[in-house]
Design a binder for this molecule. Structure first.
Ligand code: CU
Length: 854
């Protein structure tokens, strides 16, 4: 027995060390660069060429390697510390070019925009009162009638309009049977008016009225939404517009973009937490083995699972429809040829980014997050969750022009029609090539679940849109790699050697990025003490845990700040998703190439692998201000921090701070239930699970239809360790009983008598009533290794893998252990809750039937 145990341990160790060796050798090879190399590939940094050209691996155009000369950094504050110094160097030449280009562009855009007439508001400042009645409603935005929440009977909530200098007086009448609270997104206001339940106020109880009152001290396009539970997903978002005393005299439309799902948002959240790939099935993005083989990406798929990644997407949730001001199509026929229209756009969606395109020509961006920027002309821009952009578009002729809104995953779209007459369509955005994305992700991710840092690349401020690089567009038929790998594949733009077209190289289409945003006035912060903070944005896709520095809100302390000091926050996105990070109650400067004219925002979209720096002045009088990812389901998973002013007098709204904090923390501490129950001809097997950020309780059972098959039940309570959560020690118990005739044989002719286990111990698989200690570890290819020792000294080692995506809806699973038990089966997913299944089990034999999933 000892020998076998040693052998097994040696094998396990060698698997683990082999992985480390891989990692080390690859690190070594990338470190030894040839000295004369000057060009490299963004996706394949191991490529070094002396001449410009295309990457031999992916065909992407090579870019100059990290420039050696450090150019003046344009008035930008230097960041202390080793790592960030490299960041500044990286900005070097590239950034200067960007700036010059941007200034030329701004001059052109300003000229094209022409002088706009203005209109002054003659009324003195006043108190503007709104009464908001929050009530349940039924909508059919999707396929079925579903519950939503309407305010004053409408979705989105009514547009609230003020003039700078007014006082807002907002009565919220909660007609719901549940609590609510409203957050005024992007506004500078007293902390107790900020609308975060259990942080700045108590939630508004059902059937009560709450009054928000605050001075309106700024202008611009903002919005407001529920900050309570998941209400934002089902209708509680609306525009909040503050006019200047003197405003452009051109027609202005508030444009609130949102998504609709027929699933309850709580179910969406639970589904994400349970790694169900139902949304991928609905989107057609399962990225199964069958599809991988058919399209010539088998190796890519294997490499992806080897790195322990599941199929990925640019967005998490499948939505039934997308809405502009509450409609799939919204028409504004009142505009005539030559009219300039200002769109005040807010992304009120819960989890989707949107591409914005216009059929009538260029889009002139004039403000973001309520702050003016120098006008800049683009062909398209992406609006992050919770961002706002003000854009001006022109109606060229007396026709109806489409302003097209496409979610980043391009599943559907919504349209705003401007003008009257013949419809002029904007070009639809083509589907994404997920396997190309997977291939690139394989290159960007090391074996330990970290993003590989790309030296010399300008991974900042959306300049290199990783998502358009990672998920190139498919504009033709996708051919198997065997014939002509890249033929027909297009990445929207200039053609490269291999016939592949890269978005990043496209000079014809101008896509907005943060480097192009320039404030009209200097935005340098007042003199004060500086404090620097650094956060890594971290996440675990497989378990849908989202964190900063691998800690949720409830696992971290408030960050104390002092009034009068300046904060510099350096964010590095070490996750595979982009995150719109939002700061309550303050605007921050986004350090880009614009030096003293860095733009002011309150939402920063940060893409995978980017390192972005923001700065803000702690200018409020006190209070707790939330800083969080605005993807609703990421926020609810705990991706955020609380900035808390030191020595703030206690908030009169919060009478019991301890209890309130516990309630706030409950959001990311919540346990999510899940179950899978198989009912097959040989019996029932199944599993129930309760899991949160770190803990998991599972109970599994197998009950045969006769006493030969018997029953067995195992339960585990485990805690996940580390950022990737590959390791989980657990405690549990195992009860089982089965009566077997020693002479009986299974279909392979093997005796059913248990004999000894693999370690030479008495095999107790047919009768066992024990407590056990164990550890699970996720191996490459997502195989879970499980070693357990029970209180009678018996050992068991097991390998299993669930949910191997054979085809779009077919999943394969297997298990084998040292008690000589084994199992293999298929499940065909029919609906979210129902599947057909069949499996063979060494104890229960062959069975077929159905599987219910919850
Ligand atoms: Cu996020």
């Amino acid at each position: 027995m000892k020998n076998r145990l040693t052998a097994f341990l040696i094998i396990l160790c060698s698997v683990v060390s082999a992985q480390d060796m891989n990692k080390r050798s690859s690190a070594k090879s990338s470190a030894s660069e040839p000295s004369q190399a000057v060009y490299t590939c963004v996706m394949h940094p191991e490529i070094h060429k002396s001449k410009p050209g295309n990457c031999p691996k992916c065909g992407m155009k090579l870019v100059p390697e990290k420039s050696k000369t450090l150019l003046p950094n344009n008035g930008q504050l230097k960041i202390k510390g080793g790592e960030s110094k490299r960041g500044v160097e990286d900005m070097g030449k590239m950034q200067m070019d960007d700036t010059n280009e941007t200034i030329v562009n701004i001059k052109k855009a300003t000229k094209n925009l022409g002088s706009l007439k203005t209109l002054a508001n003659k009324f003195p400042s006043r108190t503007v009162r709104y009464d908001l009645y929050v009530a349940d409603t039924i909508v059919t935005y999707g396929k079925k009638k579903k519950r939503a929440i309407a305010v004053n009977g409408q979705i989105p909530m009514p547009t609230l309009t003020f003039t700078e200098g007014d006082t807002a007086l907002i009565y919220v009448h909660n007609k719901l049977d549940e609590e609510t609270a409203l957050h005024w997104h992007g506004l500078f206001l007293p902390n107790k008016m900020d609308g975060v339940p259990f942080l700045t106020q108590m939630p508004i109880k059902p059937h009560t009225t709450y009054i928000y009152k605050f001075p309106v001290v700024q202008h611009g396009t903002h919005w407001y939404h529920s900050h309570s539970k998941l209400q934002e997903q089902i209708g509680m978002y609306g525009a909040f517009i503050i006019n200047r005393r003197t405003e452009w005299a051109i027609p202005t439309l508030p444009v609130v973009i949102s998504e609709w799902t027929d699933m309850k948002p709580e179910e969406v959240h639970r589904s994400l937490k349970n790694a169900s790939d139902w949304f991928a099935i609905k989107k057609g993005t399962t990225q199964s083995y069958a599809e991988a083989i058919r399209t010539g990406h088998f190796k890519t798929k294997v490499a992806n699972e080897w790195k322990r990644m599941n199929a990925m997407d640019v967005s998490d949730v499948y939505y039934e429809s997308f809405l502009i001001n509450g409609e799939k199509e919204s028409s504004h026929p009142q505009f005539k040829a030559g009219d300039k229209v200002r769109l005040r756009i807010a992304n009120g969606g819960a989890s989707d980014y949107f591409w914005l395109k216009y059929a009538g020509g260029k889009i002139t961006v004039v403000a973001t997050d309520g702050n003016d920027v120098e006008p800049v002309e683009v062909d398209r821009l992406i609006i992050a969750v919770s961002e706002t952009y003000d854009v001006v578009v022109t109606i060229p002729e007396n026709k109806s022009y489409e302003f097209l809104v496409t979610p980043e995953d391009r599943t559907k779209s919504a349209s705003l029609w401007l003008g009257k007459g013949e419809q002029v369509y904007a070009q639809k955005m083509p589907k994404l090539n997920y396997f190309a994305g997977m291939k690139m992700m394989n290159n960007m991710m090391d074996g330990r679940g970290n993003m590989i840092k790309m030296d010399g690349m300008h991974m900042q401020n959306q300049v290199m849109d990783m998502n358009t690089v990672m998920y190139p567009e498919i504009t033709g038929e996708e051919n198997p790699e065997g014939k002509n790998s890249m033929k027909g594949m297009q990445m929207s733009g200039v053609k490269s050697q291999s016939g592949m077209i890269m978005a990043a190289e496209n000079k014809d289409i101008v896509t907005l990025n943060y480097d192009m945003l320039r404030a009209p006035k200097q935005t340098t912060l007042p003199k004060g003490q500086w404090k620097e903070l650094r956060f890594d944005l971290t996440g675990n896709m497989n378990r849908y845990v989202w964190t900063l520095d691998n800690k949720t809100v409830s696992e971290s302390d408030k960050i104390l700040i002092k009034r009068g000091e300046n904060l510099r926050v350096v964010l590095y996105n070490n996750s595979m998703m982009r995150h719109p990070m939002h700061l309550h109650g303050h605007d921050f400067r986004v350090l880009n190439g614009q030096g003293a004219y860095a733009p002011m925002k309150n939402v920063l979209d940060i893409m995978p692998m980017e390192r972005d720096t923001i700065e803000f002045a702690a200018s409020e009088t006190g209070g707790d201000w939330f800083f969080h990812c605005h993807i609703l389901y990421h926020m609810m998973s705990g991706m955020g921090r609380i900035f808390s002013y030191e020595s703030t007098p206690s908030n009169p709204e919060i009478s019991n701070p301890k209890m309130t904090q516990r309630k706030l923390f409950n959001d990311d501490r919540a346990f999510h239930p899940m179950a899978r129950i198989g009912l097959e001809t040989n019996g029932s097997d199944g599993e129930m699970m309760l899991a949160n950020t770190r803990y998991r309780f599972t109970t599994e059972w197998r009950i045969g239809f006769d006493k030969e098959m018997g029953y067995e039940s195992e339960s585990h309570l485990g805690r996940y360790i580390g950022k990737n959560q590959w390791l989980m020690p657990y405690v549990g118990w195992d009860f089982r009983k089965r009566t077997v005739e020693p002479m009986d044989k299974n279909i392979f002719g093997q005796s059913l008598s248990p004999g000894n286990n693999f370690f030479g111990q008495n095999n107790t698989k047919n009768f066992r009533q024990v407590f056990h200690l164990g550890v699970q570890y996720t191996l490459p290819l997502l195989v879970v290794a499980d070693a357990a020792l029970d209180h009678k000294g018996n050992l068991r080692f097991q390998l299993m893998r669930e949910d191997i995506p054979v085809s779009k809806r077919l999943r394969f699973q297997f298990m084998v252990n040292t008690d000589k038990e084994y199992m293999a089966g298929f499940r065909y997913i029919v609906t979210r809750y129902f599947g057909l299944s069949t499996h063979y089990d060494s104890d229960m034999g062959y069975g077929g039937g159905l599987t219910l999933s919850y």
